[in-house]
Design a protein around this ligand. Structure first.
Ligand code: G3P
Length: 226
C-alpha cells in the first residue's frame, strides 16, 4: 500500500519525507490556496523534494475540452510521474476517456459513490479517490464505500487502484490500512498523529535511566562497546 501526503506545505512535506517512507504528494486547489504563492512555484518545489515519486495535481477547468488542455500542460510542466486529478462528473469522464488514449495518468477525484468510481474505471482512470471523511460527514459510511469500490475492482479485474483521501483522524486511515487498498493520502496533521511520540519518548527515557544503574559512568551501550 502506498502512502502519500495530502498537503503542499514545503517545510512540512520535507519533514515527513525525512522521517517516513512515503510515495508522493497529492494536492487540490484548496490545498494550494493555503500556500499564498504561485501554484507553479509550489508544485515545482514539491517536485524537487519528492524526485520521481507520484505528484497529483488537480485541474480547475470545468468542460472536457479545457480539462484536456489543462491536463497536458500539467504533465508537461511537472513531468513523467504526474497524475492529473479530474473531478468525477460527466465532463470529467469525457476528458478521462480522451486522456487515456494519450497515456496521461488520471486520478479520478471527488468520489462519493461506488458508481462514480465504476464510471471512472471504465474511462481509464489509474486511481479513483473516494473522500472517506466527507462521505462520513454526509451521514454515510466512507469505509463501506471504499470497500465496495475495492470489490468492484476485484470482481471486474480493473487495473485501477484506490487512492483513498479525505481523512480527519488516524483511525479512519488505519481501518483502510488493515483492509488493504492501493494507496491512501493523508494531510500532514493526520500523518503526525500516526505515532504519539510522547509515549515512546517516555519509554526510551525510562530505559536510559535503568541502564545507567549498571554503571553511572558508562551511560550508553556505545560506552561499553567502544
Ligand atoms: O485531496 C482531496 C481530498 O483529500 C479532500 O480532503 O480533507 O478536504 O476532505 P478534505
Amino acid at each position: 500500500m502506498k502512502l502519500l501526503i495530502d498537503d503542499a506545505n514545503i517545510e512540512k512535506t520535507k519533514e515527513i519525507y525525512q522521517y517516513y517512507l512515503v510515495d508522493g504528494v497529492t494536492t487540490n486547489p484548496s490545498i494550494l490556496s493555503k500556500q499564498k504563492q504561485s501554484p507553479r512555484d509550489v508544485l515545482s518545489e514539491i517536485r524537487k523534494i519528492i524526485g520521481q515519486d507520484e505528484l497529483h495535481v488537480q485541474v480547475l477547468s470545468k468542460n472536457s475540452k479545457d480539462i484536456i488542455k489543462e491536463a497536458k500542460l500539467i504533465v508537461k510542466e511537472f513531468g513523467e510521474n504526474t497524475f492529473v486529478k479530474i473531478p468525477s462528473n460527466k465532463e470529467g469522464f469525457k476528458a478521462m476517456k480522451e486522456l487515456k488514449k494519450e497515456n496521461i495518468k488520471v486520478t479520478a477525484t471527488a468520489i462519493y459513490s461506488p458508481m462514480q468510481a465504476f464510471l471512472a474505471m471504465k474511462a481509464g482512470a489509474r486511481y479513483v479517490a473516494p473522500y472517506v471523511n466527507r462521505i462520513d460527514n454526509l451521514g454515510y459510511d466512507g469505509l463501506y464505500v471504499v470497500k465496495k469500490i475495492q470489490n468492484i475492482i476485484d470482481s471486474n479485474q480493473f487495473e485501477t487502484e484506490i487512492l483513498a483521501a479525505s481523512f480527519k483522524n488516524s483511525n479512519q486511515a488505519l481501518d483502510l490500512i488493515e483492509y488493504g487498498v492501493g494507496a491512501l493520502t493523508c494531510g500532514v496533521d493526520v500523518i503526525n498523529k500516526f505515532v504519539d511520540d510522547r509515549n515512546v519518548d517516555r519509554a526510551v527515557e525510562d530505559f536510559s535511566k535503568d541502564f545507567e544503574k549498571i554503571d553511572p559512568n558508562k551511560k550508553t551501550m556505545i560506552d561499553y562497546l567502544n
